[in-house]
Design a protein around this ligand. Structure first.
Ligand code: PLP
Length: 390
């Protein structure tokens, strides 16, 4: 059975060009980028080249790019590395656990944190950030795109609010990178984290933009790597892979690939909505469309247990997700959907479809073939399922 993968927000496969770019750096060019001999210099040059590419990707200086192990490390570093006891921190209740757990950590160490809730459509209202400000607010952290709904947050406006208040601004751009153009100058942020494996690059590597002069303390100490911002021998093949993935992402943003993907997602969404008792989470604000990443839709299926539907679809060759991958395996309903006002049952009855950029019309047709039947079957069982959920 051919499989249809619609869980791109959990992770993406390497593009062949990324694999080819990385290949020499595992064996032939295995040098340590800190060594002074030719083998080291080759590795160093590859890292430098990737840094230049990331600088174009972010619209920043090469010296403002710090390579690391991915989104979790970038988010943790931005928060733990910026806040001290007595500081006030503003973030939102729809962030990824990499931000939320870091917020818990700093809160345990004397930082006061305000979690701003989204509007029911999934958007954070900049006014709510403004109202949360205090004289001692040091850092604001808001994601660019939500991993569960794809909703794009008004980071430009929040950046202006941060600038006026003299606060630092961090953006978790893990789910926005490669899907919309990044521009740290326009966003007005001091810190921005991305992860390679969400943009057709390798797992376990990412980058943090750190605006020149930002007083960030590094989490990892040791050697003088990354201008003392992040100690540890550079993951040269991973960094080369991230560089190539960023280059390909910029090309694809300049082509019509994103429009094509949005049209495919819209077709998928419209087809699913033909099933009775379905609605989209985070698509409309009254009669206005909410800005979303092109590949994501989050759908509520009335009277369906989401996890059971994920399994039923998996058996029919379709991979989707019931929430963020990091919380799969737990039966906790999505904190994002609950923050948007869904009750526990409605949140548990919601699924995320996130398309790869190489998704095809045939993939969508396959979903149309198997989904209505699976929903019908589960709805027939629904009273018992509701009974076991309590
Ligand atoms: N931030 C967001 C919005 C994410 O979706 C993820 C991964 O799901 C992360 C951070 C963590 O990134 P990584 O898997 O590279 O640690």
């Amino acid at each position: 059975m051919s499989r249809v993968y619609m869980d791109a927000n959990a992770t993406t496969p390497l593009l062949p060009e990324v694999m080819e770019a990385m290949r020499p750096y595992w064996m032939e060019n295995f040098g340590n980028a800190s060594s002074i001999h030719i083998d080291g210099q080759r590795a160093h040059m590859a890292v430098d080249q990737a840094r230049e590419t990331l600088a174009r990707f972010f619209n920043c200086h090469a010296a403002e790019v710090v390579f690391n192990s991915g989104g979790t490390e970038g988010d943790n570093t931005a928060i733990i590395g910026m806040l001290h006891p007595g500081d006030h921190f503003i973030t939102t209740s729809i962030e990824h656990s990499a931000v939320l757990r870091a917020a818990e950590r700093v809160t345990q160490h004397g930082v006061e944190t305000t979690f701003v809730a989204p509007r029911p459509c999934g958007l954070i209202d900049p006014e709510d950030i403004l109202h949360a400000l205090r004289p001692e607010t040091r850092l604001i952290s808001v994601m660019l795109a939500n991993n569960e709904t794809g909703v794009l947050q008004p980071v430009d406006e929040i950046g202006k609010i941060a600038a006026d208040a003299g606060a630092f601004f961090h953006i978790d751009a893990v789910q926005g990178a490669g899907k919309i153009a990044l521009d740290v100058r326009r966003f007005g942020c001091h810190l921005l984290s991305i992860s390679a494996h969400k943009m057709y690059g390798p797992k376990g590597v990412g980058a943090l933009f750190v605006r020149r002069g930002t007083p960030l303390e590094s989490l990892l100490v040791g050697g003088n790597h990354e201008r003392r911002r992040r100690a540890g021998t550079e993951n040269v093949p991973g960094i080369v892979g991230l560089g190539k993935a960023a280059e390909l992402a910029m090309e694809s943003l300049e082509s019509s690939a994103i429009e094509r993907l949005a049209a495919l997602r819209d077709r998928l969404e419209a087809g699913i909505l033909e099933i009775a008792g379905t609605s989209v989470n985070g698509a409309w604000d009254g009669s206005t469309r909410v800005p979303r990443t092109a590949n994501t839709t989050n759908i509520h299926f009335d009277q369906v247990e989401g996890e059971a539907l994920v399994i039923a679809l998996d058996l029919k060759g379709v991979a989707v997700s019931g929430g963020s991958a990091c919380s799969s395996g737990s039966t906790e309903p999505s904190h994002v959907l609950m923050a948007m006002g869904l009750d526990k049952d409605a949140a548990r009855a919601s699924l995320r479809f996130s398309l790869l950029k190489m998704a095809t019309e045939a993939d969508v047709d396959h979903v149309f073939e198997v989904l209505p039947e699976a929903v019908k079957h589960l709805r027939a069982l629904s009273p018992e399922v509701a009974g076991t959920l309590g």
